[in-house]
Write a protein that binds this ligand. Structure first.
Ligand code: 4AD
Ligand code: MG
Length: 429
């Protein structure tokens, strides 16, 4: 008898197996009762028939509760009606632990209750599907860059620099001086790209977001590639190739999970290069043509992004931003009016998913930008060195993992896309 995960049962039809798991649900029809067992890899219906088990085991029907843990033995048989394609005819059950009244019943609960019980909510079917899709996305993101000879260079989390403005910095005491939790690994990737040509980092980023929206976390994961000898147009080429690749990879490998989430995959299967590219000015024209009120020169808010995205059935890349709207490090076009930045706005109201840019590569210009943004030059001394020793045009971008998971899964709030979300109001569990 072999211990086996539910996922692999379909390769063991006719064999005696043991599954270790937890009770998901129980129902009875007299001489037979059914227990659906989950083991973290999947769900399987187990049939307990009076004729096949001892009296003691048969009597467990009245003892077992939702989330009780057990080791179940039996024979695997094909069952075309079930999602897993198999069921288990039970011969024996060993109870490991009887669960007390489990707070999350198989019915609808309010979100704040579920968030308070996040440590248990993770056991639910939809959460299981979301976390598996997150894992697949992480894998396909890494595969994309690894297969294209990008070098993985981890950026630090404690830093002395602000990257994305000073208003969302988490400051912490660092041996009697101040350190910040990284908002983005970008500046370190710029150093890395001058060393290795093409690099990426992929890790947690922190922003003291005081806004309570369905798109903001205070701790989120970002993948940030950076490329030497790369301008904004080549950057956009990579962005669309990358996003198309990871979406296709998830569609190819997560059909079961997307089914659990009842995701309309037709909205994802058309996502392939090329993506529409429009300038900020063109985006503003689009808004105005649709009688949408918007003040030229400001950043797009959620309703603006939704309106722009609604004009396309693919992600749209908005480039050439009035420089006042963008970060200090972005290079400007010849007119000096526009920053060579790009935001990618996802379809279906998922909003900005990627932010990227060509970087300022001239030493004197960059010094001036740092000063104009009232940032302390001393903290950027090392960063300025990159413009002193073989400076080249270079570009990169950052894709927010949780926003990507929200979109791919088709779920309405970012808090479900990370195992233990951190927001302004939540530090536990
Ligand atoms: O547009 P952002 O701020 O760009 C940067 O940080 C650049 N330094 C990246 C780079 O060029 N290397 O952030 C990039 C992406 C956003 O488009 C969004 O997907 C995600 O990071 N993001 C967040 N996700 C969840 N919660 C938050 N508070 C986020 N802030 C940004
Ligand atoms: Mg941005």
């Amino acid at each position: 008898m072999s211990e086996i995960s539910v996922k692999n049962l379909k390769n063991s039809i006719g064999k005696e197996v043991q599954v270790n798991g937890w009770v998901y649900n129980i129902r009875s029809i007299g001489k037979i009762w059914f227990v659906i067992v989950r083991d973290g890899s999947g769900y399987v219906q187990c049939v307990v028939s009076k004729n096949d088990v001892s009296e003691k085991v048969f009597a467990l029907e009245s003892t077992l509760t939702q989330e009780s843990s057990l080791k179940i033995k039996g024979t695997v048989q094909a069952d075309t009606r079930s999602d897993s394609g198999v069921e288990i005819l039970v011969t024996d059950i060993e109870v490991v632990h009887i669960s007390e009244e489990y707070p999350i019943a198989l019915k609808d609960h309010g979100v704040s209750f579920l968030m308070d019980n996040r440590h248990l909510w993770l056991r639910s079917k939809k959460q299981f599907a979301i976390i598996k899709i997150r894992q697949r996305l992480i894998r396909s993101i890494r595969n994309f860059f690894d297969d294209r000879d990008f070098v993985l260079v981890d950026s630090p989390i404690f830093t002395g620099n602000a990257v994305e403005g000073t208003t969302t910095l988490f400051e912490t005491d660092y041996f009697n001086r101040s350190a910040y939790l990284s908002q983005s690994g970008q500046l370190y990737q710029e150093a890395a790209a001058m060393a290795f040509g093409k690099t990426y980092c992929f890790g947690p980023c922190f922003r003291a977001e005081k806004s309570k929206t369905r798109k903001h976390l205070t701790e989120f994961w970002m993948v940030e590639p950076e490329m030497a000898y790369c301008d904004i147009h080549q950057n956009m080429d990579i962005i669309e190739e990358f996003m198309s690749y990871i979406i296709k990879d998830v569609l190819d490998n997560c059909s079961d999970e997307l089914k659990i989430l009842e995701r309309d995959v037709s909205k994802l299967s058309n996502i392939s290069s090329p993506f529409p590219r429009i300038s900020y000015d063109e985006a503003v024209d689009l808004l105005h043509k649709n009688n949408h009120e918007f003040e030229y020169g400001s950043d797009f808010g959620a309703p603006d992004e939704e309106m722009i995205a609604a004009q396309f059935d693919k992600p749209v890349m908005v480039h050439s931003w009035p420089h006042e709207t963008k970060a200090f490090y972005m290079k400007r076009d010849k007119s000096d009016k526009y920053a060579l930045g790009v935001d990618v706005i996802a379809p279906e109201g998922y909003g900005e998913i990627v932010g990227g840019a060509q970087r300022e590569d001239n030493y004197d210009v960059l010094v001036k930008r740092i000063e104009d943004h009232n940032l302390p030059i001393s903290a950027f001394k090392w960063y300025l060195d990159l413009r002193k020793y073989g400076s080249v045009p270079h570009s990169g971008f950052g894709l927010g993992l949780e926003r990507m998971v929200s979109w791919v899964c088709g779920i309405d709030h970012i808090r479900q896309t990370i195992p233990f979300p951190r927001t302004m109001g939540r530090l536990e569990p």
